[in-house]
Design a protein around this ligand. Structure first.
Ligand SMILES: Cc1ncc(COP(=O)(O)O)c(C=O)c1O
Length: 348
């Protein structure tokens, strides 16, 4: 095969613009060769089950899926019945960026709450948590939150506990979209289980690709109830990979020698470096706390396109000129400094 891209190219567009971590690619290579059983009945998926119990605690189950959207849909379907509704932030990926899959594919009504920083609180959840037994109202039976949030902010273990306590008191389960759970745990310096099982989370979409995997996410459940029907739903949602050994091998690599932590720490450190440098520049306003690997910033309108032409990043809010700069496991200090130098030159 002829290489068709520049392997030294770097952007601030998304952590899934990055390639795969070499240790992940090595794990896939090591899992290759010979025949093993398909659809998860392989030694890598079995070993992953043991590792997950070590990482998240006894009783935690991991079911690999293909995409984050698929993880969210299947996990939520397993949590709520046909008449159930799920409370989420208006900025939640499940609401804004999944093509309506939770609602259209999953058949789950989403009940949204606006939040300035991407985070829900017990009080915000209460705005939608009512009307049980009212036959006219979609029944709020679960909450989904995102860690780190779509706005790059992070829930502390105490904030999560407050949410799960309130939700459970309402008879609602709590799902965590952990596409960037690793970044949140790295940022807080806590183990993954402190932000999930130990905080009362029922079901987790565990991110892989944004942390350096080629392909694959997982649903991690912390009780038999949260996992009920999940394996059937995974198949029905077209999320069951036949050659699952390769997805599982990637997650094994992610957990080995804390690769997840090394990768997330680097991405977070680069976002911190970027934010610190941007804060010094005139006319540049950082709009969110930088707590993980994303920096949200309003730039003077005339510099956005020339800067984007070199470093590529996405608009977040066109009405305010806010853009999102995302760092990845392979972002280096030189990448950050180069963006800052170009911006400084454009600002004159
Ligand atoms: C918070 C969050 N959840 C879920 C997803 C969905 O992942 P996928 O693109 O694999 O469906 C993304 C992807 O950007 C995300 O940022």
């Amino acid at each position: 095969m002829t290489r068709l891209h520049d392997p030294s190219a770097h952007t601030f567009a998304s952590d899934n613009y990055a390639g795969a971590h070499p240790e992940v690619l090595q794990a896939m290579t090591d899992a290759n060769g010979g025949h093993v059983a398909s659809y998860g009945a392989d030694p890598y998926t079995r070993r992953l089950g043991e590792v997950v119990a070590e990482v998240f605690g006894e009783g935690a189950s991991l079911d690999p899926v293909l995409t984050g959207t698929g993880a969210n849909v299947a996990a939520l379907q397993a949590l709520v019945p046909r008449w159930g509704a799920v409370v989420c932030a208006t900025t939640a990926h499940v609401y804004t960026d999944e093509g309506g899959a939770p609602e259209r594919l999953g058949g789950i009504k989403l009940l949204t709450v606006p939040t300035p920083d991407g985070k829900l609180t017990p009080e915000l959840i209460d705005r939608q948590a009512y009307g049980w037994g009212d036959q006219q109202r979609p029944q709020p039976l679960a909450v989904t939150i995102t860690q780190s949030t779509e706005l790059g902010t992070v829930y502390t273990p105490d904030e999560l506990r407050a949410i799960t306590d309130r939700s459970h008191a309402h008879g609602m389960t709590v799902h965590l979209d952990g596409a960037r759970l690793a970044n949140a745990a790295a940022s807080l310096g806590v183990p993954l289980r402190a932000l999930t099982r130990d905080a009362g989370i029922d079901s987790l979409s565990l991110g892989g690709t944004k942390n350096g995997l080629v392909l694959g996410e997982s649903v991690v459940t912390f009780s038999e109830e949260a996992r009920a029907g999940l394996v059937f739903l995974r198949k029905m949602d077209a999320q069951l990979a036949s050659k699952m050994r390769f997805t599982s091998a990637q997650f094994l690599a992610m957990f080995e020698d804390d690769l997840w932590l090394r990768s997330a720490t680097r991405a977070n450190e680069m976002a911190t470096r970027l934010a610190a440098a941007l804060a010094e520049l005139p006319g540049v306003t950082i709009t969110q706390q930088v707590e993980a690997n994303a920096v949200f910033v309003v730039l003077p309108v005339e510099v956005v396109e020339p800067l984007r032409a070199v470093h590529h990043f996405y608009d977040w809010d066109r009405t305010t000129g806010e853009v999102r700069l995302m760092c990845s496991f392979d972002t280096t200090a030189e990448h950050v400094d180069s963006l800052v130098a170009d911006l400084r030159a454009l600002l004159g």
